[in-house]
Design a protein around this ligand. Structure first.
Ligand code: 8YV
Length: 319
């Protein structure tokens, strides 16, 4: 059969992924389709392409009777209704591991940027304030206590880097990992209490929604004089943004480095107004080589499944 396979991209995805899909498949892009156009093509769609932050709800899966695979370009897939897909025999795939280094690098970058106030220092020089005197003193990162919320592959890559800064590493996760040399704490609050830096790198979704709440932020505030620093490179949903803004405005914690937000790309004005906060636009995996590797893996997963072969990296629930 030489007819290209109909594929639905649920958003305007990375061009690195879209270009491969467009070359090999009959590519339909959901935001370009009205209801009638979607209804016309839906019965033939055999694959859905998505990104880590896409929504693929049961209501969409139900409209696609010939669907075989949902291939996410991203490690996170909290926007996909995996149970609905599984119930239909649809395999969900994602792109783990190829982005571990980049996300861990960004986590360390946000820790340093927040502790040493690098964006503020840059503004200080550009704005000519140096001529009037020196900046307020910053916080030391080397030797400090790091708490990691979620000790999967990326969490472990962050821990490895932190050891080079002579940091002590502790973590919380659903269960202790006895093979790791780091101290396990049973809750985010217990971990925050003993952390100068609390880094969030747990999957998103209902199970972790607002895991970092006022109680955890209060504990982080008690951890060190002036409070600890929060870094989030996971999902915006894991942190209660209202509680975070409150903790920052009241000086409960010292600062935050944030790559993800509850309602991104909308970032609350009150958060953007705070000088002790460093903000990046969800760029944890956004380097050229890594995004290419993610696109290649997502495309390979989609093609393998459509060819009747096992996908390379199905999500754990579909293994
Ligand atoms: C991007 C991500 O959102 O991998 C993830 O889970 O959050 C990201 O890398 C996106 O999926 C890139 O296409």
């Amino acid at each position: 059969d030489s007819n290209p396979i109909p594929v639905l991209a649920v958003a305007r995805l990375s061009p690195l992924y879209m270009s491969q899909l467009a070359a090999a498949c009959e590519l339909h892009v959901l935001p370009d389709l009205d209801a009638a156009a979607l209804a016309a093509v839906a019965p033939r769609i055999r694959a859905v392409a998505a990104s880590g932050d896409s929504k693929v709800p049961a209501s969409l899966i139900d409209q696609l009777p010939a669907l075989q695979v949902i291939s996410v370009m991203g490690v996170g897939y909290d926007g996909v209704d995996v149970a609905a897909a599984k119930a239909r025999g649809v395999v969900v795939t994602h792109t783990p591991d190829v982005l571990n280094d980049d996300v861990a690098d960004l986590a360390l970058g946000l820790m340093l940027s927040t502790a040493r106030q690098l964006p503020a220092a840059d503004r200080f020089v550009r704005g000519g304030q140096w001529l009037q005197g020196n900046m307020p003193l910053a916080r030391k990162m080397s030797g400090a206590r790091l708490g990691i919320v979620g000790m999967g592959r990326i969490g472990q890559a962050i821990a490895q880097r932190a050891l080079a800064f002579n940091m002590t590493v502790a973590y919380t996760a659903r269960s202790a990992k006895p093979e790791l040399p780091h101290r396990y704490l049973p809750s985010a609050a217990a971990l925050a209490e003993v952390s100068d830096f609390l880094v969030v790198i747990t999957p998103g979704g209902a199970g972790t929604r607002h895991l970092i709440n006022a109680e955890v932020l209060d504990a982080l505030g008690r951890s060190s004089p002036g409070g600890g620093i929060l870094v989030n490179v996971a999902r915006g949903s894991v942190v209660d943004d209202a509680a975070l803004i409150d903790a920052l405005e009241r000086g409960v914690i010292a600062g935050a480095g944030l790559d993800v937000f509850e309602d991104e790309p909308r970032v609350p004005e009150r958060l953007r107004a705070l000088p002790q906060v460093v903000l990046t636009p969800h760029v944890g995996s956004a380097t050229q080589g890594t995004r290419q590797a993610m696109a290649d893996l997502a495309f390979a997963n989609l093609q393998l499944r459509l060819a009747g072969q096992p996908a390379r990296t199905p999500v754990p629930e579909c293994r």
